[in-house]
Design a protein around this ligand. Structure first.
Ligand SMILES: *[C@@H]1O[C@H](CO)[C@@H](O)[C@H](O)[C@H]1NC(C)=O
Ligand SMILES: *[C@@H]1O[C@H](CO)[C@@H](O)[C@H](O)[C@H]1NC(C)=O
Ligand SMILES: *[C@@H]1O[C@H](CO)[C@@H](O)[C@H](O)[C@H]1NC(C)=O
Ligand SMILES: *[C@@H]1O[C@H](CO)[C@@H](O)[C@H](O)[C@H]1NC(C)=O
Length: 482
């Protein structure tokens, strides 16, 4: 795929100046040339020699003396092993409004309170060697989920074994869904409340209301069928959602929304993996190409408190009987979700608000998507009561063409639908950015603001359009939205 730089370069050359070629009207048949000006040639040669010697002299004078560098030792393989060259990933994650969990260089997992500057050790480096692991602290800070034996699959996806560390007594419990020894799971993570957790094994989602309770199986799929629940397949991970995780907890932990991705009809790609053996082993995965079947996708919401019951969120009428994608899912409240469906050509998107309790989805905004602009995953910002949402839409700005601006739309069902109300205008693009409130992430409601940046208009050409990235951060205004 061509990058925007190439597009810009290509664009510039198409706009290039017209070259005029002048022809001499002199009689070309004449054989006797003009008399040679030997004096002029001599002066020119002297000037050339003088300029060249000046250049050579300045190069010699201005070249820094690098002899002292030779005295320093060179980089060796041992250096690369040393701590100095190790990248430390603290894996910082928010625990609540004013606490984060992080991993220190020594391998301790701590919680840090931003209000008091106090740290608490959750997991000591002597209890577990955490260097080759991922970890996640439960919402109540009583347990740490540790992923080990991590094997990458695609860009983000991995399989791993999981253990649960009890902060209070130091016990380590294997997360074994089917009482197997050293089970490998596709994914496991805590929910937003207490120590509820969900994991995916063999394409099915399991839920544990707490660490000690028995797992509840939320989905049941045939092993023969190529179906995965709650996680992305290759297509969704690399092209559609751009995340491995394809399940979303409601903020109160009472519901779990998840995608079911069915690849029964998708053709399969075979890729040899060279893992050190004499012969490579082949990895097979569903991989749609132009014109072939794409994975079919459905969005379900399962009730986690009380008897588990599952409802499908129904796609909008215009996409119901057609190939489509789901490129964004987000919870607005404990019972409502915003979902973006895309048509197969990925040039039409429909943003819907779905009622998790009934499965009914109402269309809020239908728009033409530009495949080059990568807006498919953009999460709109919802006001606290869920009645309004803000997103970036193109708006015509007189003769200078279209620019992206912040638009507010009603999330209430409205017939006929109300056109978007633009909050910004001008010949520059607005971006939605989010900045935490100075007093912390109170009520988990960050302050959303729009940044305005000076920019050239969208450049359009046959078959493609591209918005150049920010050239000048000239006007940089903040606007409070929520
Ligand atoms: C554990 O942490 C201590 C300091 O708190 C450090 O001296 C030690 O090297 C660490 N052990 C490992 C295995 O990193
Ligand atoms: C926490 O540490 C920061 C930086 O060292 C300091 O500015 C702040 O005043 C401290 N807060 C408290 C409550 O001690
Ligand atoms: C997956 O799709 C196939 C048809 O392509 C269908 O027969 C099968 O029932 C679907 N499986 C699930 C679990 O939806
Ligand atoms: C979307 O793409 C398809 C196929 O390229 C084309 O036929 C259709 O007109 C496009 N729709 C819009 C709204 O651009």
């Amino acid at each position: 795929m061509r990058t925007w730089q190439e597009f810009c370069a290509g664009n510039r050359s198409t706009q290039s100046k017209t070259f005029y070629v002048f022809y001499s009207s002199r009689d070309l048949g004449s054989s006797d040339g003009p008399p040679r000006n030997w004096k002029g040639i001599g002066i020119a040669m002297v000037v050339i020699v003088a300029v060249m010697s000046l250049v050579i002299l300045s190069v010699i004078l201005l070249t820094p003396d690098e002899s002292h560098l030779l005295l320093r030792s060179h980089l060796t393989m041992e250096d690369l092993e040393s701590d100095e060259f190790k990248v430390h990933d603290p894996c910082v994650a928010w625990l609540n409004d004013n606490e984060v969990a992080l991993r220190t260089r020594e391998g301790h997992v701590l919680s840090f309170s931003l209000n008091t500057n106090l740290t608490t050790t959750l997991l000591d480096n002597s209890s577990l060697d955490l260097t080759a692991t991922k970890f996640q602290v439960s919402a109540d800070k009583r347990f740490v989920l540790v992923a080990y034996n991590i094997r990458p699959v695609f860009t983000q996806s991995f399989t791993a074994s999981y253990a649960i560390y009890n902060v209070a007594n130091g016990d380590l419990l294997e997360l074994n869904p089917l009482e197997r020894e050293k089970a490998t799971l596709q994914y496991a993570s805590w929910g937003p409340q207490g120590n509820q957790l969900a994991y995916v094994s063999d394409g099915d989602i399991y839920y544990k209301p707490s660490v000690t309770s028995n797992p509840l199986r939320l989905t049941t799929t045939d092993e023969e069928q190529n179906v995965v629940n709650g996680l992305s397949d290759w297509t969704y991970e690399e092209e559609v959602l751009l995340t491995y995780v394809a399940h979303w907890w409601s903020m109160d932990g009472a519901r779990l929304a998840y995608l079911t991705i069915n690849n029964s009809a998708t053709p399969v790609m075979e890729i040899p993996h060279f893992l050190g053996g004499l012969y490579p082993s082949n990895v097979l995965f569903p991989y749609p190409k132009a014109g072939s079947s794409i994975p079919s996708v459905s969005l379900f919401v399962v009730n986690l408190y009380g008897p588990a019951h599952t409802l499908e969120m129904m796609p909008p009428d215009s996409l119901r009987a057609r190939d489509s994608y789901i490129s964004m899912v987000t919870w607005i409240s404990s019972t409502r979700l915003a979902v973006r469906w895309l048509n197969r050509a990925q040039n039409q998107s429909v943003l819907c608000v779905c009622e998790a309790t009934t499965g009914a989805c109402s269309e809020k905004h239908k728009m033409t998507m530009d495949i080059m602009q990568n807006q498919r995953q953009d999460v709109p910002l919802f006001s606290a009561d869920g009645s309004m949402f803000y997103t970036i839409l193109p708006a015509k700005q007189g003769a200078r063409g279209e620019f992206h601006h912040i638009a507010g739309l009603s999330a209430q069902p409205a017939i006929p639908s109300v056109p978007p109300r633009f909050l910004t205008s001008g010949s520059w693009d607005s971006h939605l950015a989010l900045r935490p409130r100075r007093e912390g992430w109170k009520n988990l409601l960050p302050e959303y603001r729009g940044i305005q940046t000076e920019q050239t208009p969208l450049q359009r050409g046959p078959g493609w359009s591209v918005s150049a990235p920010v050239h000048l951060l000239q006007s940089h205004r903040w606007m409070r939205l929520l």
